[in-house]
Design a protein around this ligand. Structure first.
Ligand code: BES
Ligand code: MN
Ligand code: MN
Length: 462
């Protein structure tokens, strides 16, 4: 497939400008103010799949945002690759920290991306990575090298828990039948060292509300005499970790799969510089669970983090008040064998138990999903590794990621096939953050590598 390189060279300006057009539509799934934009993005994705060469494309309505389904079936006897991606993006806030507007994509160079990167919300997560697959299909159709059947399923609610996708998958098992699921919605170690994500963490996301007095009170008249919900919430949250940074919720760790010393030694071989890690974040030291190193803390260990906390007076100047209520949004990242429903229950019970008399606690689960691990001896993994080896010149390293794509474990359960996570983003690409970007190198390398995955997957399937 020497041709893919020249095809990319020849068409790269168009590949970039097409992605830029897609990035201009603010498809923020979390905020209903953008709902028309989300729907418009679905339409744009549909058009792009038709143009790239799908024989059949449809926008499937769901209880939430639409799912785009597309396919090109060349021979029912050949294997089928199912590509999954998402066209929705995270909210862009805080706006003032963007160096250019989130939905006005521009190309800028960075230390890590000297050849330029596209700055926009969704550039890496996941419009840019999803669109690599559309352009890879275009190449395979144009060059007559598509070696098997392909199906696309692109959703618009990944960033808010994929509720409609679960609904869709349960109802369309026959339509979605496949031999392997291919996703580019993760990262790799560096542009010199590709990696394949072999694990994702599960997630339980809850919101808590602590209520004290039935109204806001004068903090002088009542201060000291009643429970202040914000003080109490802070105390309760602080108690969820002990001095070794273990999570204190009873039975939280019961089902956690511990890695063997050999597995941990294998993990430690992946290139990693603690100095660079700290410098990139401008922190004097890392922080986390005792007994584990950074790359373990953020992948094979479960966590509990406050994602947002509010209550009381936040306006200009000072107001002396004891608020009636305090709130927090809390995520727990889970590892294999932990069940997110069970963890949500353990959390709820514990958090309610530790509340002192004088406040009441309400826990509302938002969404969640199971973790995922995939073996490295599958045909899909081997095919991906061969593809990376060819385009990067070095084999890929298997890496368990700390992020979550909760729908992946559902795919395995409902569709009975393995998922291969061929990510081309970098940790420094600032996904979910201001100034998200995606390297031009990464984008084009992805388009180059994907057709090779198809080629080797079909060859190894014989
Ligand atoms: N693409 C990310 C997940 C990801 C990124 C995994 C990098 C591995 C490496 C995905 O869009 C995401 O953000 N997932 C959410 C969970 C979802 C339920 C909101 C997450 O991990 O926070
Ligand atoms: Mn994503
Ligand atoms: Mn995301």
């Amino acid at each position: 497939m020497e041709n893919i390189k020249s095809y990319v060279q020849q068409h790269k300006d168009r590949f970039i400008s097409e992605l830029i057009e897609l990035l201009k539509i603010p498809s923020v799934s979390a905020d209903t103010a953008y709902s028309q934009d989300v729907i418009d993005t679905a339409e744009a994705v549909k058009v792009s799949l038709s143009k790239a060469g799908c024989d059949f494309v449809e926008i499937c309505d769901t209880p939430g945002y639409p799912i785009i389904y597309g396919e090109k079936i060349i021979d029912p006897n050949l294997p089928t690759v199912l590509v999954y991606g998402h066209y929705d993006v995270q909210p862009p806030d805080p706006m003032e920290l963007w160096t250019s507007p989130p939905f006005e994509p521009v190309i800028k160079t960075t230390d890590i991306h000297p050849e330029g990167a596209i700055f926009a919300r969704g550039a890496c997560d996941d419009k840019g990575q999803m669109y690599m697959h559309v352009k890879a299909l275009e190449y395979m159709v144009q060059s007559n090298t598509l070696p098997c059947n392909v199906k696309f399923m692109i959703e618009g609610e990944e960033e808010v828990g994929s509720a409609s996708l679960a609904w869709f998958v349960e109802r369309n098992q026959e339509k979605l039948k496949n031999d392997v699921i291919l996703i580019s919605d993760t990262g790799m170690i560096s542009n010199q060292q590709p990696s394949i994500t072999t694990g994702l963490r599960g997630l339980s996301y809850v919101e808590v509300e602590v209520t004290g007095p039935n109204r806001d009170l004068h903090s002088g008249l009542y201060g000291g005499a009643v429970a202040n919900p914000i003080n109490i919430l802070a105390k309760m949250i602080a108690s969820l970790h002990d001095e070794d940074n273990h999570i204190t919720i009873p039975r939280f760790y019961d089902k956690v799969q511990e890695l063997s010393a050999e597995e941990r030694a294998e993990m430690a071989k992946a290139p990693f510089s603690l100095e660079k890690y700290k410098n990139a974040l401008n922190i004097a030291d890392v922080y986390g669970e005792k007994g584990y190193v950074t790359n373990e803390r953020n992948s094979i260990r479960p966590t509990l983090d406050v994602n947002g906390i509010w209550g009381g007076y936040q306006g200009e100047g000072a107001k002396t008040v004891i608020a009636s209520k305090a709130f927090a949004k809390i995520s727990m990242r889970l590892v294999p064998n932990q069940d997110w429903h069970e963890i949500t229950e353990l959390f709820t019970k514990h958090f309610t138990n530790i509340a002192p008399a004088g406040v009441t606690v309400k826990v509302t689960p938002h969404h969640g999903g199971q973790g995922y691990v995939t073996p490295i001896d599958s045909i899909g993994y081997q095919a991906a590794n061969k593809a990376y080896t060819e385009t990067f010149g070095v084999p890929a390293i298997p890496v368990r990621s700390g992020g979550s794509i909760p729908i992946v474990s559902l795919f395995e359960k409902e569709l009975k096939s393995k998922t291969i996570l061929m990510g081309f983003g970098l940790d420094s690409d600032a996904i979910h953050s201001p100034n998200e970007h995606f390297g031009i190198f990464n984008y084009l390398k992805g388009i180059e590598t994907i057709p090779l995955f198809y080629k080797y997957f079909v060859a190894l399937s014989k």
